[in-house]
Structure formats: C-alpha cells, structure tokens
Write a protein that binds this ligand. Structure first.
Ligand code: GLO
Ligand code: MG
Length: 345
C-alpha cells in the first residue's frame, strides 16, 4: 500500500456561481474575484483552478505582453495569499469563434483561434507556477452526425494537442472527458477515449486525464471504475468530485449528495492508489443549488470537503480482512450488508 496521502483541495471561481440556468436569471448578485479568493482561503482550501479568462479577464482583447504582465501580477497576489494555482484551462466554449467547435471546427480560422488561445493558456499556467493544462472539450462534438467526420475530428484534436506539447516541453495536458452537454455527442466521452487519443500524440507521457464523477455517471459508467482505470495507467492528474442524479442535465451536486456509496467507492479507489501523494489535488466541481441564499453561498464546497474527509475515515476504518473473508466465501450478500452498516455507522 502506498503511504496514506494528506489530501489537498481546490475549486475554481466558477464554483461560486450565481444560480442562473437556461430558464431563469441569476438568483445571487455576482461577487468579485477577491471575494472568491477570500472564501477559498477562509475555507482552508489549498489551490484555485483557473480558466484562462478567470486569470486574465477579457483575454481576447489583450496583447501577449499584457497577458504575461497580468499573469505575473496574479502570481504575486497568489503567493502573497499562500494559494497555489492547480491548473489553467482555456475556456473555448464562450467565444463567437467557437460556435461550431474549437479544435474540431469546420472553419480553419476558428481552429487557429482555439490553438492560439490554448498556447496563451499554457503561458499563463507556467507563469502561475503550474504545468497542468486542463482540456474540457466542451464543443468538440456534434449536434448532427453529418456535420463532421469523426475520424477527421480525432486527427484535428491530435494536431492541436501536438501544437500545445511542442509549445512548452514541460506542459502536461489533462483531458476532462464528458459524453454530452453542451454537445449531443462529444468526441472524447470517457477516460478510455482520452487515454487512447493520448497515444496518438507526439508525447503520450504528457497527456493524461481529469475525471469528473458526474461526467462518468452521464456516460452510464461507474466513477470509481473510471478512477481506477486512469490510476492504473498513472494518468489521473486531477479530479472533479461531485454528484449527479441519473441521466439528466449536468447537475454538479455536492460530493456524495445523490449516491453515498458510490462516493465511498471513489474515495476507496483514491486511497488504494495513493492519489495525492504525487502532488495531485482533490478538486470539487460543484455548484450551489439555484435556491441557495447568499448567506450559504459556500456551503456546497465546505460540505463536499467535509464529506470527502469523513469518507476517507470510512475507507481507512473499513474492515478489509472481514471483507476478504466474505469474498473468499463468495458471500456477497454479507459483504453488501457490511458496507451498508459501515456507512450507516
Ligand atoms: C463542465 C465541466 C467544467 C470544467 C471546467 C474546467 O461540465 O466540468 O466545469 O471542469 O470548465 O475546464
Ligand atoms: Mg469539471
């Protein structure tokens, strides 16, 4: 068994969202970045995740030089607060340039925009002191199959990843798979797809994955199996823990909110393989409910972390030898009840 890791935690500014959904406006007034950073510190989290435009607002209007200077300024602020940047992710799904996809758009100008912006994100990441670039491939997919040829899209993805790997010899790409939303069908829906496409790049050792619990559930898969799969390949470089009630819109519920046992299984998988001992963070990609009042704005983050740590205790106090005995007897009925009793406490 690897040594028991001391977990470090992070979230992103977007996880303190305002409650807007496709059917209604915000239910909380926006807060400043400073307020969000203050909340992160007050909650005792260790790092912040950044979209490129969380770090550099209005990034598309700024020169390369201005972007670098702002990133350096942000790095000084983070150092002053004792907060690390876990990763940077190019937010490629908001721009008018990426309506039909970013790296896989049918328009070469859009593809160029996506690559240029990704290279800027790499520069920002390196200035902020991280070598992790997260790629949630939000618009790389189709609404209708006839619009794009999938094999060509895979080639375009590899081409884009290769450009990023060539831009900086230290950068590592963590692909965050999601099967749908906003697209009907995404080109990289699961960890298996992410790790397979990594093999086609110029440096597979620098292309890994980020697993989000809800995205695995949306793909009809078990998040803990997805976690074990990525860990088996040494490719789980970040994690977005949260929860999701079945095949619905992306809910980003607090960790364990829907399925406590699945959350326990995810924590067991992390514990088994010493996740965190190689510098990886536990991030929560969770949102407050739309109904949340401003006074409870950060509760979903506090609660997710608390539940995670309680499940770590549950994983460490689980009677593995009793479980092994039931397994050797093929008495899975008893094993099932043992897990339930353990979780009920
Ligand atoms: C949406 C994704 C999104 C990403 C984030 C980082 O479904 O989970 O929140 O994790 O934009 O790239
Ligand atoms: Mg996510």
């Amino acid at each position: 068994m690897p040594p028991a890791p001391v977990y470090r935690f992070c979230f992103g500014p977007w996880n303190l969202s305002e409650g807007a959904d496709p059917y209604g406006p915000p239910t909380r007034s926006p807060q400043s970045f400073d307020w969000k950073l203050g909340q992160l510190k007050a909650l005792g989290f260790d790092a912040m995740m950044f979209h490129d435009d969380d770090a550099i607002p209005d990034i598309d209007t700024k020169s390369e030089k201005a972007i670098r200077e702002e990133a350096e300024e942000l790095k000084r602020r983070l150092d002053g607060e004792g907060i690390a940047a876990e990763m940077v992710a190019p937010r490629l799904w908001f721009s008018p340039n990426t309506i039909d996809g970013a790296y896989t758009s049918n328009d070469p100008k859009a593809r160029q925009y996506a690559i240029d912006r990704s290279l800027r994100s790499i520069d920002i990441a390196r200035i902020l002191g991280t070598n992790l670039l997260v790629l949630w491939l939000a618009r790389e997919g189709t609404y209708l199959r006839e619009a794009k040829v999938a094999s060509r899209s895979f080639d375009l993805l590899v081409e884009a990843f290769d450009r990023m790997l060539a831009h900086d010899p230290e950068i590592r790409l963590a692909i965050e798979p999601k099967p749908n939303e906003p697209m009907d069908h995404a080109y990289v829906p699961t960890i298996g797809h992410a790790l397979a496409i990594a093999q086609l790049t110029r440096d597979p050792a620098r292309v890994g994955a980020l697993i989000e619990s809800a995205h695995a559930i949306l793909a009809g898969l078990d998040p803990s199996d997805e976690i074990e799969f990525a860990l088996r390949f040494g490719k789980l470089w970040s994690l977005h823990l949260n929860d999701q009630n079945g095949l619905k819109f992306d809910q980003d519920k607090p960790f364990a909110s829907t399925n406590l046992r699945s959350a326990f299984n995810q924590v067991q998988a992390l514990e088994r393989h010493g996740y965190g001992s190689r510098g990886e963070y536990v991030c929560f990609d969770v949102h407050p409910f739309r109904t949340t009042k401003p006074e409870q704005w950060v509760a979903h983050l506090e609660n997710s972390r608390r539940t995670f740590l309680r499940l770590v205790e549950k994983a460490r106090s689980f009677d593995n030898s009793a479980a092994q005995q039931f397994i050797s007897e093929r008495n899975y009925q008893a094993l099932d009840q043992m897990v339930i009793e353990h979780l009920l406490g």
